[in-house]
Design a protein around this ligand. Structure first.
Ligand code: SF4
Length: 97
């Protein structure tokens, strides 16, 4: 047996094993791009329910998701992709009609 090939084969198997170990993690996480901006949510008192007839879907800052019911974004919540159209925060401003 050629002893010089053994270290590289061992290294290859380690890398392959690490790659295989990541597959379930990526599969479970699903939407890897989803994110929330916890600091902004706290400072703006964001909630996942409307305040009377005021909600994200009728706020001029809302960036809708794929459909009207999907989670979207907010122009002032940088990086947050999980804003509910039924949510609300103190920065609410009526969408122009
Ligand atoms: S400013 Fe507040 S109410 Fe308006 S879309 Fe953003 S999170 Fe929703």
């Amino acid at each position: 047996m050629n002893e010089t090939l053994l270290p590289s084969r061992r290294k290859f198997l380690k890398i392959g094993g690490a790659a295989l170990a990541l597959i379930p993690v990526l599969a479970v996480s699903g939407n890897a791009m989803a994110a929330t901006n916890a600091a902004m949510r706290a400072s703006m008192k964001y909630q996942n329910k409307p305040n009377g007839d005021k909600n994200c879907s009728n706020c001029m800052q809302f960036v809708p998701g794929k459909t009207a019911k999907d989670l979207g974004g907010c122009k002032i919540f940088a990086g947050d992709t999980e804003i509910s159209p039924k949510g609300y925060c103190v920065a609410w401003v009526a969408k122009p009609k």
